[in-house]
Design a protein around this ligand. Structure first.
Ligand SMILES: *[C@@H]1O[C@H](CO)[C@@H](O)[C@H](O)[C@H]1NC(C)=O
Ligand SMILES: CC(=O)N[C@H]1CO[C@H](CO)[C@@H](O)[C@@H]1O
Length: 309
C-alpha cells in the first residue's frame, strides 16, 4: 500500500516536470541563506549584511584606505550576502579601487567576480547581491558585461520581468535559488534600465540609501540617494552603517577599525535600523552595509531584524 502511494506520487511529479519542463524546477531548496523560513520570504522583505568596499581588505593597519580586514571568501563564509565595491578604469581594464587606483587597487573586476563565482558554486543555496559603484559612468556594455560574462556569473543574475521592481514584488529566495537566478546586481550610475544589459539594474530606482561618510555615532536616519518613479516606501533600503573619523582634523575621512566592534554591535545596528523604519512603512532595512564585517555581531542583528531571535 505504502509502496503504491509512493509510486503514484512519483509518476505525478514526473508528469508535472515533463508537462512544464521549462518553468518547473525539479528540485526545490529547503534551506535558503541558512534558514528554512527564508525560502518562502520575498527577497524584498529580507535583511542582508553587506560589506562596504569588500575588495579593500588588508590586515595592514597602515593601509588607511582599507575598509575590511578579511578577504572575499572569508566575508562570504561569515555570512555577508551583499558585496559593495567601487570601480575605475586602470590601464584600460576595469578595476575595483577605493577613490583612486593609486590609493587602493583591489585588482580587476573580472578576477573579483571569478573568486565570487567559485564561492557561489560551492554554496548553491545562497542568494547574493552586488551593489557596484560606477562613479566614472564606465560603459555597462563594453566594460562591466564582459567581466560578468567571463567570470561565469552573468547566467546566474536575475532579470525581473520589468523595472523598477517594487519592494513587495520580488520573488522569494527559494524561487531565485530554484530557478538558478540567485545573484542580484545593482549599480549606482550608468545602468541601462532594462535595455542593453538588463541584469545590471539601476540601484536608486529600487533601493534608497542613508547618507554616507557619517561621523555621528548616533546615525540619524534620512533618505539620501533615491530616485523615482516608485515612492520611497516602495523601495528597499540600505543603511550605510559605518562610522568614519576625520584623520587628525585634516578633513580626510577614514574608516575606524577600533570603533567597529561598537558600530557593528547589535545595539548600534538596531538603533540605526529602527530610526529608519519611519521612512519605510515600518519595515527593516534590506541591507546593512558595514566596514570591518568580522567585528561586532552584525549577523546576530540581522537575525533579529529577520525575526529569528
Ligand atoms: C518584512 O516584513 C515584516 C512584516 O511586515 C517586517 O516586520 C520586516 O521589517 C520586513 N523586513 C524587511 C527587510 O522588509
Ligand atoms: C560610509 C559609507 O559606508 N559610505 C558608503 C555608502 O554607500 C555608498 C553606496 O554603496 C558608498 O558609495 C559609500 O561609500
Amino acid at each position: 500500500m505504502r509502496v503504491n502511494i509512493f509510486g503514484a506520487a512519483t509518476v505525478l511529479s514526473a508528469l508535472a516536470v515533463s508537462v512544464d519542463a521549462v518553468s518547473v524546477p525539479v528540485k526545490r531548496a529547503s534551506v535558503c541563506n541558512g534558514h528554512a523560513e527564508l525560502c518562502d520570504r520575498s527577497y524584498g522583505n529580507t535583511t542582508f549584511v553587506g560589506a562596504h568596499d569588500s575588495f579593500a581588505h588588508s590586515t595592514d593597519p597602515l593601509a588607511l584606505a582599507r575598509d575590511q580586514e578579511i578577504d572575499i571568501p572569508s566575508q562570504l563564509d561569515l555570512g555577508v550576502r551583499l558585496l559593495q565595491a567601487q570601480a575605475h578604469e586602470n590601464d584600460g581594464e576595469l578595476h575595483f579601487c577605493h577613490t583612486s587606483c593609486a590609493l587602493f587597487d583591489g585588482g580587476t573586476v573580472q578576477d573579483y567576480l571569478t573568486t565570487v563565482k567559485t564561492w557561489l558554486d560551492a554554496n548553491p543555496n545562497e542568494v547574493l547581491t552586488f551593489i557596484f559603484t560606477n562613479p566614472d559612468g564606465l560603459s555597462v556594455q563594453d566594460m562591466w558585461d564582459p567581466a560578468f560574462q567571463n567570470s561565469g556569473i552573468a547566467p546566474l543574475a536575475y532579470v525581473p520581468p520589468s523595472v523598477p521592481v517594487a519592494q513587495s514584488d520580488w520573488p522569494t529566495l527559494g524561487q531565485l535559488i530554484d530557478y538558478g537566478k540567485r545573484v542580484v546586481v545593482f549599480m549606482d550610475y550608468g545602468a541601462s534600465d532594462g535595455t542593453t544589459v538588463p541584469y545590471i539594474m539601476s540601484e536608486f530606482t529600487m533601493v534608497w540609501e542613508t547618507p554616507f561618510s557619517v561621523t555621528d555615532a548616533s546615525f540619524p536616519c534620512s533618505v539620501d540617494r533615491t530616485s523615482g518613479p516608485l515612492s520611497n516606501e516602495d523601495h528597499m533600503y540600505m543603511i550605510n552603517h559605518s562610522l568614519n573619523i576625520d584623520l587628525l582634523g585634516t578633513g580626510v575621512i577614514v574608516s575606524d577599525p577600533d570603533d567597529a566592534p561598537t558600530t557593528n554591535g547589535v545595539a548600534s545596528i538596531l538603533a540605526n535600523a529602527y530610526g529608519c523604519t519611519q521612512f519605510a512603512a515600518g519595515r527593516a532595512p534590506s541591507f546593512v552595509l558595514l566596514d570591518f564585517v568580522d567585528k561586532g555581531e552584525p549577523f546576530q542583528a540581522a537575525d533579529i531584524l529577520n525575526g529569528f531571535s
